[in-house]
Design a protein around this ligand. Sequence first.
Ligand code: UDP
Length: 328
Amino acid sequence: MKRVLITGAAGFLGSHLCDRFIREGMHVIAMDNLITGDLKNIEHLFANEHFEFYHQDVSKFIHIPGQLDYIMHFASPASPIDYLKIPIQTLKVGSLGIHNCLGLAKEKKARLMIASTSEVYGDPSVHPQPESYWGNVNPVGPRGVYDEAKRFQEAITMAYHTFHGVETRIVRIFNTYGPRMRLNDGRVLPAFIGQAIRGEDLTVFGDGSQTRSFCYVDDLVEGIYRLLMSDYASPVNIGNPDEITILDFAKEIIKLTGTSQKIIFKELPQDDPKQRRPDITLAKQLLQWEPKVHRSEGLRITYDYFKSLTADELNKVEHKDFDKYNRK
Ligand code: UDP
């Protein structure tokens, strides 16, 4: 039986990966320090004899007894408000955390995949973004702690690959959504749906002309799995190229939820990318992969998930802090 370590396993993407690897018949070793992750996302797996959980910070020394075939380094705060609130942990998990994982991969002769991100492209001047674009990142801006940690993570992963011969994979993940996203982490989709459910106005930052391209989580996990099983060590974009302005997205959420609330405009956060859309030519060729779930379908499923949350969960509104942290 293959054994996989997943860091950030109690997070949104990590928990979906746990499900997928269990379904693939693997033994899953889940690790999370639970700073932004939530055990609720994986508690359904605790009864499974092929699932174990380590409550541990991957940025400190990690030891896993026994064989390991795969390591998926998916631990990291992943929303702008998270990395404004916990910038040092964000930098550490993308540097010390990956260093520990790479050391473990080398020792165990395991194949390692890192979760990289479209944020390596920063506020891109090339559109859509192919893997060959090197990006436009402000290292000392509010997003710098995340963007540069992820860029460093790619660099050290590639160095372990070329210098130590560790088998590595780099996935550049674009905006992804689906059940188990944190409702209150400030990201735009849960923010809008949460506002609609609570009967609040939807807060569009700036004039809403900035674009994003949203990928449903099942599509992403499929792309990740195929990339892991491939033999390609350079970065690969996985995302949905269906691009939309944030203003139009707010209108879609209003239609979906039937809320009678209106759209209000707030200040655009510093260094907020103006456009983002993956060029997925490489993933199509290499992995015969492309997203299948249309936004209308994915949003419906995600909305149903958010509606099933308890009143306590719905009313925990971390994102109101955003103004406090969004100092230029
Ligand atoms: N955004 C918004 N209203 C919100 C939260 C976010 O208009 O309540 C905007 C944000 O300024 C950005 C886009 O939505 O342009 C996506 O933001 P998110 O934080 O989800 O992720 P990003 O892609 O910027 O990392």
